[in-house]
Write a protein of this length. Structure first.
Length: 434
């Protein structure tokens, strides 16, 4: 059995240890760069470390009392509704408690923890706090930007294995699914079968798992099976260790743009490979395009042209005419189009047809010229006319059975597919036509 002396010595030793730990803890708070404030169970402030005094001095103009007067004051002076805080702090089971409070224009983040004595009795609270105004503003700004993006773009969040976590209404409308239908499903439900099993698709997710940002124009499949084209950015989000832990995708539906582009490419391919000669000029009558057939045909006429074929792009059509005002007057009003004419280029005759090109707003944006060399065709027509004339002269027929010149000419024009009303326009290069 221990003596009273030994028991007293043990108790004294315990108190010494406790006092030493208390002094050590006090020294830690005194020299800590963090802000600490202690209050008792009556919520009266009993201690404030130097870091708190220094930070509060910068906020002195916002405080309800002087910094030097804070110790001994109730925490109630910092709250509009003290009853709310008292209810929380009256029961240590509510602690620790984290909250942001406003102090004028500043935001303070508080973490309130319970303090217990050696007998585990609740004796007060310790508040660790910091000014987080800029952090809160930055978070609000980021949240605002994300919300704004979400209103105008499709957004969807994935786990690193490609599993859908969440998606906004824009994305759901674009792909035709509900959230319940895609949550927990893999991204691969939005791609076609061949791509789903391709090395390219595996590498796509491998890059995201390496933290590599992916952007581009992506073909996706909606719930109904329709192709949807998205201009999208896949953003790996990094954790504190720099490792990606989720992927956030922002996208815009560009299906109609892609279809228009594909249609334009088809038309361009048709024009490029057409056997017909096609030239395009803009509203200023500058040549902007010649298909290969035109270039090839014009090479055979190059010695009769005012410029080389290789130099025609960008040239005004005025260089090909003695009187450009005539052509400009016709093309100034698209109601004059389509317009057909024949011109002479050296010994050759060219049949031209000019049509207006319209933009989506029905405004004339330029002119398309289709043309062909008709020298031999016209020679055959003249030969036919001459033969018909000789037969007419030699024939001994009644007037009612005779062909009129108008009927002969009409027959020839119909046979050749040409208009009966042709406008003869001469290039600046001399021709052999009379």
């Amino acid at each position: 059995m221990k003596s009273k002396h030994s028991q007293g010595s043990a108790a004294g030793a315990a108190r010494a240890v406790t006092n030493k730990e208390a002094r050590l803890f006090e020294q830690m708070m005194e020299h800590s760069p963090l802000n600490f404030i202690r209050a008792d169970t009556d919520l009266v402030i009993r201690y404030m470390n130097p870091a708190s005094r220094n930070t509060l001095s910068k906020l002195a103009h916002l405080l309800p009392c002087k910094v030097d007067e804070i110790v001994g004051k109730s925490v109630d002076i910092f709250h509009k509704n003290p009853a709310y805080q008292r209810k929380i702090l009256s029961d240590p089971r509510n602690l620790p408690h984290k909250v942001d409070i406003r102090l004028g224009p500043e935001t303070l983040n508080l973490i309130v923890s319970a303090i217990y004595d050696d007998s585990k009795n609740y004796v007060g609270t310790m508040v660790a706090w910091e000014v987080v105004t800029e952090r809160v503003r930055a978070a609000a700004d980021n949240a605002g930007q994300i919300a704004a993006i979400g209103k105008s773009q499709a957004a969807v969040e994935f786990q690193m294995d490609g599993t859908v976590v969440s998606a906004n209404d824009n994305f759901l409308k674009t792909v035709g699914y509900t959230m319940d239908e895609i949550k927990g499903k893999h991204h691969s439900i939005f791609v076609d079968e061949p791509y789903r099993h391709s090395p390219e698709y595996r590498e796509f997710w491998a890059k995201l798992n390496r933290g590599e940002y992916q952007t581009g124009e992506y073909k996706r499949i909606s719930k109904s099976g329709k192709v949807v084209w998205l201009q999208a950015a896949y953003n790996p989000i990094m954790d504190m260790d720099g490792k990606p832990f989720k992927v956030v995708k922002y996208a815009t539906d560009v299906t109609q743009d892609v279809k228009a582009k594909q249609e334009m490419e088809r038309i361009q391919s048709m024009v490029e490979n057409a056997p017909n000669n096609i030239i395009y000029a803009d509203r200023d009558l500058n040549i902007q395009y010649m298909n290969p057939a035109s270039s090839k045909t014009l090479m055979g006429l190059e010695k009769y042209l005012p410029v080389k074929v290789s130099q025609m792009m960008g040239q005004s059509i005025d260089v090909f005419h003695k009187d450009p005002s005539h052509q400009r007057r016709i093309l100034a009003n698209d109601k004059n189009l389509p317009h057909r004419a024949e011109i002479g280029v050296g010994p050759e005759t060219l049949d031209l047809q000019v049509c207006a090109i319209y933009d989506k707003n029905k405004n004339c944006s330029g002119y398309m010229l289709t043309w062909e060399i008709v020298t031999e065709k016209r020679a055959e027509e003249r030969k036919f006319l001459e033969t018909a004339e000789r037969e007419k002269t030699a024939a001994d027929a009644k007037p009612s059975k005779q062909w009129s010149w108008c009927r002969i000419l009409s027959f020839i024009r119909c046979a050749s597919g040409s208009s009966a009303d042709l406008l003869a326009i001469q290039f600046t290069t001399p021709t052999t036509k009379s």
